[in-house]
Design a protein around this ligand. Structure first.
Ligand code: GLU
Length: 322
């Protein structure tokens, strides 16, 4: 009995075997991190450490034009200032093209992956339902093309590669948002694995990296809830066990405005003025897991942490002097 209770407390049960808990923070360094980004890092850390697990950091710099190396380094320095730098050296997605290529090959063996020549303008002009992220549900136009048609199109245009999704409901219980389900065909249609410029898509990279790193829990912003069924489906196809998910509310300023990396909500200035403990206490208070906006160490926050206390509606960050 006791063993089972300890097992439940410290890790996930996988067919009677104990799977070590592995959490992660996976930022895109396209700008200076804001409080919402750092809160994801903090809650990923606290959730994993509370269960005696490991916490990893992965830099999602697939789009190297938008995410220069220096921005990733700066982000890591901010995390290190707060003590949230990860238990192993960080993974950089820009260095993992070979891994994604190998997994794309695996997917080609178990699903249909096909070239798509549709232009963005053509996709948006079609009567396709719109997605919340600005994309459209792909109607499968290029799936039906013959080899000769493809060869013809190839002469003028480099294709992206899409994976054909089944007419299948993917359902999971999110630790914050509750039960969420999606039919992939209705929600997004066949989605992109590799862009026409050769860059692997976020959905593929995240599924592969979480799987390869043995991640057992993912804490991130609510804006990624709708991407999760695609990632769960890819992980299953690749033979990985999908992690548990916790999608936290997006962080707003007191006026209800979503924080932004580019609009001066960055944390670097704050790090110049406040101690790590002051920032950690303020973040944890905003999330509902610390009683006052007063300084706290990671040890104290880990002891106090419980998912039940994390705010589920909205998280307000008191921005400075605005
Ligand atoms: N890189 C994504 C972002 O910064 C988060 C990805 C994830 O946590 O799965 O928005």
């Amino acid at each position: 009995m006791e063993d089972r209770a300890a097992e439940k407390k410290s890790g996930r049960q996988t067919d009677g075997l104990l799977a070590p808990v592995v959490g992660r923070f996976a930022p895109t360094p396209s700008g200076e991190p804001h409080a919402g980004n750092l809160l994801c890092a903090l809650l990923s850390y606290l959730s994993a450490k509370k269960k005696g697990g490991a916490y990893l950091v992965r830099i999602e710099d697939l789009d190297v034009a938008r995410c220069p190396r220096a921005a990733g380094e700066k982000l890591l320095a901010t995390l290190a200032y707060l003590g949230l730098q990860g238990d192993a050296p960080p993974l950089w997605q820009s260095e993992r093209g070979n891994v994604y290529r190998a997994k794309e090959d695996v997917l080609r063996g178990v699903a249909e992956v096909y070239p798509c020549y549709c232009t963005r303008a053509a996709l948006h002009a079609a009567e396709a339902p719109r997605l919340r992220d600005g994309g459209v549900v792909y109607a499968g136009t290029c799936r039906k093309r013959s080899e000769s048609e493809r060869a013809q199109l190839e002469k003028t245009r480099k294709p992206c590669y899409r994976i054909a999704v089944p007419d299948e409901r993917i359902c999971f219980a999110d630790g914050v948002a509750g039960v969420y389900e999606q039919n992939l065909r209705e929600a997004c249609g066949d989605f992109i694995l590799r862009r026409s410029d050769g860059v692997y898509a976020y959905q593929l990279a995240v599924a592969v990296d979480d799987g390869e790193s043995g991640v057992t829990e993912v804490v991130r912003g609510n804006d990624l809830l709708t991407s999760t069924p695609r990632q769960i489906w890819l992980m299953r196809l690749l033979g990985y066990r999908p992690p548990a998910y916790y999608h936290i509310p997006l962080v707003c300023d007191p006026a209800g405005r979503k924080l932004s990396k580019s609009e001066g909500d960055g944390m670097a200035r704050l790090c110049d003025r406040m101690s790590p403990q002051q920032i950690l206490g303020k973040l944890a208070y905003a999330a509902g897991v610390w009683p006052q906006p007063c300084p706290a160490t990671l040890r104290e926050l880990t002891d106090a942490f419980a998912w039940d206390n994390v705010r589920k509606d909205k998280i307000v960050w008191q921005t400075e002097s605005k």
